[in-house]
Write a protein that binds this ligand. Structure first.
Ligand code: PMP
Length: 420
């Protein structure tokens, strides 16, 4: 089996840029190589500029004058005084950095306590914290995959799952988005001893939901494990924000592993894998992004623990986010825009082209509304979009302003409906 990436080879090529592409002349005169050895990068960046794919780092405004519909702070906890105070307190107590790998000097009781709290909250047997959600995905896929394992992955999975599959050296098959039948067929026809179905719960750009019940049934029927990336579900879906797996009745199942990030609803930083104790034990021994990475910084651990406490104390936050997203999506759709079906806090609007998406987002920003702009390689070619996220603390006036600005800034509302 092959790894099938949802991005076209050209998009991948334009962005990742192999050092000796066949289209670029090979230099035979090697003198003064310092002057030209990176010239190929200019060729590539020129191509990205022409394709509207250049990226710029824009400092986030610290004030309230910009309405932020681009971040992932779904519950508004990253600036919650309780969360910030807990971060500061943890840093004071344990230091600014973890000082080493968890397996050497970097393990503090706050790590273990947070793991216990996260596992208990999500209804899973055990948990292991990583430095980021990205590294959690790389780690778990490396540890569960490898020769002899077939990974069956949704075509729209997050880049960290795509990269984790590649790094794991597993056989990997990408199946069409949300296609349970294709997953079941791949599982049934496999020649590999083991199989893991890998899917986002809430997909990170369109915000739609994986059919977790159907996928889990297919896994059970064909003897496969299920790995769910609940980065956008934790804190948003399930009872009191216990996540998409809990909402689908899959929490605590012996064949289910969940990954999540501490950087979205929990407003902090870091990642976590939740699953059966034997899976977590296996990760401690073998997950390379756990073993060889410095433990998560104490401030992030403290912040995430405080955010989780807020989530427990205010279980209505999760439902509020979902309602805000539904309202925003409905109103943008009513204005004629091609809006995705949000399951949680994330929604997207199609743009006619990457350049249009870029200028649309820029006009929104000028009008005081920050939105995400997704172009290849974050989305497949020809489906560039604006990505909007909501927060639990958005007011009616915020939503009014968002709709007004996004609609007024649209490149040409009548052309945004089609696949372009
Ligand atoms: N999985 C998904 C679905 C995500 O959207 C993200 C964040 N963009 C990650 C994993 C990575 O999480 P982190 O930002 O903590 O590395």
């Amino acid at each position: 089996a092959v790894v099938v990436n949802r991005h076209s080879p050209e998009a991948d090529h334009a962005v990742t840029a192999s050092p000796h592409p066949t289209t670029e002349p090979v230099r035979t005169d090697r003198s003064d190589h310092g002057a030209w050895v990176f010239d190929w990068l200019d060729v590539r960046s020129g191509a990205r500029t022409r394709a509207g794919l250049r990226r710029r780092l824009v400092p986030r405004s610290a004030g309230a004058e910009v309405l932020d519909l681009a971040g992932n702070d779904y519950l508004g906890l990253s600036r919650d005084p309780r969360v910030v105070a807990a971060a500061a307190e943890a840093a004071r107590r344990w230091g600014a950095g973890a000082t080493g790998s968890r397996l050497v000097t970097g393990n503090i009781t706050a790590h273990t306590e947070l793991e216990g709290e996260l596992a208990e909250f999500c209804g899973m047997q055990s948990a292991l914290i990583f430095s980021s959600g990205y590294l959690a995905n790389l780690g778990v896929l490396g540890a569960l995959g490898g020769p002899g394992t077939l990974l069956v992955a949704d075509a729209y999975n997050h880049a960290s799952l795509v990269d984790g599959a590649r790094l794991s050296r597993s056989a990997a098959l990408s199946v069409p988005h949300r296609d349970v039948t294709a997953m079941a067929t791949a599982l049934r026809d496999r020649r590999h001893k083991r199989a893991v179905v890998v899917t986002d719960s809430v997909f990170s750009v369109d915000g739609d939901l994986a059919p977790l019940g159907g996928i889990s049934a297919a896994c059970r029927e064909h003897g496969a494990a299920l790995l769910i990336d609940d980065a956008h579900g934790l804190g948003v879906l399930g009872s009191g924000g216990r996540g998409a797996a809990e909402a689908a009745g899959l929490a605590g199942r012996p064949d289910v592993v969940i990954t999540a990030t501490l950087s979205k609803s929990l407003g902090a930083q870091g990642g976590v894998v939740l699953g059966p104790q034997r899976v977590i034990d296996h990760l401690v021994d073998t997950a390379r992004t756990f073993v060889f990475d410095t433990g998560l910084a104490p401030a992030s651990v403290g912040a995430a623990a405080a955010a989780l406490a807020v989530l427990r104390a205010e279980p209505g936050l999760a439902g509020t986010v979902v309602r805000r997203a539904e309202t925003l999506a409905g109103r943008l759709r009513a204005a004629g825009l091609a809006v995705s079906e949000p399951a949680g806090a994330v929604l997207s609007i199609r743009a006619p082209s990457a350049a249009d998406a870029l200028s649309w987002a820029a006009r929104c920003r000028t009008a005081g509304v920050a939105v995400g702009c997704f172009r290849p390689p974050s989305v497949p070619d020809h489906v560039s979009r604006l990505r909007l996220t909501v927060r639990a603390d958005l007011t009616e006036e915020d939503l009014d302003r968002a709709v007004r600005v996004v609609v007024a800034s649209a490149p040409n509302p009548t052309t945004t409906g089609g696949r372009t």
